[in-house]
Design a protein around this ligand. Structure first.
Ligand SMILES: NC(=O)c1ccc[n+]([C@@H]2O[C@H](COP(=O)([O-])OP(=O)(O)OC[C@H]3O[C@@H](n4cnc5c(N)ncnc54)[C@H](O)[C@@H]3O)[C@@H](O)[C@H]2O)c1
Length: 280
């Protein structure tokens, strides 16, 4: 059994779904976030508050870890200066501390926004070059390159998960980009348990009929998504699609992030459902 896994961003929505399954495959899960607390803890889990943009706060947490799952970030498009600390320097701090403490592998919550300016007619593959749609996406590109550099220079393995959209399906885009919570869990567990990953990039997307994403070149991870957003298609096509159809960003994989001005949040237009898992 893996001795210690660290999870950043543990207080976030995705963190709330992966804490329990990760805690079951290690002796100790150290969950971390900038929030005061993250609610009730699972067996084998402890919580340490830390700001990832401050090296001296995150470094001691990573001591003795075998795996770091780096999910902490500001999840929005904002002016560059507001993303610089958490999303850029935070990544540097995580990898630099991982190097210091001999971490075997970092699993990184990257994003489709690293390649979001690609047309929806283009099939995204693990080696699709960076084409960010925002400063937020640029931070994901930066961190993927950082991860590759620390692998090539220092041997720290990395799995960069270009997550498409992991939230309940309530848009046309979601019919192609959805990653269900169960498939997210499978993706993270496979990324942890695969014996050797080297530096790998793959997409976090469910087995949707309408996805234009091909993970074949990362099949060594063994990620076989089970859910399919098509079950929501009838409901979505009966809803008012006017705003979504008139946003030219939706001609790109990045959706509203592709059409927003740099530094301006598109989140309001996206109407994302915030449904974190609450431990009873
Ligand atoms: N949800 C999605 O569809 C999606 C898609 C692509 C990528 N991702 C990535 O997955 C990760 C988790 O996303 P989420 O949807 O759970 O978002 P979230 O906002 O719910 O979670 C992010 C967490 O990071 C924490 N955080 C922010 N700044 C921090 C700092 N300075 N120090 C420590 N912690 C800090 C926040 O407090 C929050 O709990 C993010 O890296 C995000 O970019 C999510």
């Amino acid at each position: 059994m893996i001795k210690k896994i660290v999870l950043t961003g543990a207080g976030g929505r995705l963190g709330s779904y992966i804490r329990e399954p990760i805690s079951k495959i290690c002796e100790s899960l150290v969950s971390s976030d900038i929030k005061e607390d993250i609610g009730k803890l699972y067996k084998n889990e402890q919580y340490v508050k830390a700001d990832i943009s401050i090296y001296d706060e995150i470094e001691p947490i990573i001591k003795d870890a075998t795996i770091v799952c780096h999910f902490g970030a500001i999840v929005d498009e904002l002016p560059f200066n507001e993303l610089l600390g958490p999303n850029f320097i935070g990544s540097y701090n995580v990898w630099e501390a991982s190097k210091k403490h001999g971490v075997k592998r970092v699993i990184y919550a990257s994003s489709i926004h690293a390649v979001g300016m690609n047309s929806r007619t283009v099939t995204l593959k693990p080696d699709t070059p960076h084409r960010p749609d925002s400063f937020y996406g640029l931070a994901k590109c930066f961190t993927e390159d950082l991860a590759k550099m620390y692998f090539e220079k220092n041997g720290i393995e990395a799995v960069c998960l270009r997550i498409a959209s992991c939230a309940p399906v309530n848009t046309l885009r979601g019919l192609s980009s959805w990653l269900s919570y169960n498939d997210l869990i499978q993706l993270v567990i496979r990324s942890i348990e695969t014996s050797y990953t080297g530096f790998t990039t793959l997409y976090g997307v469910s087995n949707n009929d309408r996805k234009n994403i091909d993970n074949t070149d990362a099949s060594h991870i063994g990620f076989l998504p089970k859910d399919n957003a098509e079950v929501y298609a009838e409901k979505i096509f009966k809803s008012d699609l006017g705003d979504e159809l008139s946003d030219i960003g939706n001609q790109c994989h990045g959706g509203a992030f592709a059409s927003t001005e740099l530094g301006v949040s598109p989140m309001k237009k996206m109407n994302i459902i915030h449904d974190p898992k609450i431990k009873k």
